[in-house]
Design a binder for this molecule. Structure first.
Ligand code: THU
Length: 137
């Protein structure tokens, strides 16, 4: 991803983070997922009084994109106060759509804390290729 695109993606994640619903953890997260077609889908964490019913920002972004017909992704930016990395469950959901995804984690100032790939974050992953029978779509 070009530097301008990366900066735009981080800004989108920063802006989305303002809409996070995180009254319990007080740890708002914003994500911005770039499709290979050049669109950006944002996501935020949405917590719940029944704690396990909440959802992470990254998965919200993936589910928004897939529900609108997008399945090819180039990069994701995630913004938190301290540059926390995507959780394991989000890595798994992202891996479904390809581990060659660029992952950029930034803090709220926009400083890049981690720049890597999903392959590096989730090596030897279980994915569509792991299932012996071809998928039926
Ligand atoms: N969270 C995310 O949104 N993404 C992650 O990858 C890590 C954790 C959220 C879940 C919860 O709302 C809050 O951050 C604290 O765990």
């Amino acid at each position: 991803m070009k530097p301008e695109m990366q900066a735009q993606l981080i800004r989108a994640a920063q802006a989305a983070r303002q809409h996070a619903y995180a009254p319990y953890s007080r740890y708002p997260v914003g994500a911005a997922l770039l499709t290979r077609s050049g669109k950006i889908y944002t996501g935020v964490n949405v917590e719940n009084a029944a704690f396990p019913s909440g959802m992470c920002a990254e998965r919200v972004a993936v589910f928004k994109a897939v529900s609108e017909g997008e399945q090819a992704f180039a990069a994701i930016a995630v913004v938190t106060e301290n540059g926390g990395a995507p959780c394991g469950a989000c890595r798994q959901v992202l891996a479904e759509f390809g581990t060659d995804l660029e992952v950029v984690v930034a803090d709220t100032s926009g400083k890049v804390v981690l720049k890597t790939t999903l392959e590096a974050l989730l090596p030897a992953s279980f994915g569509p290729q792991s299932l012996p029978r071809p998928e039926v779509r």
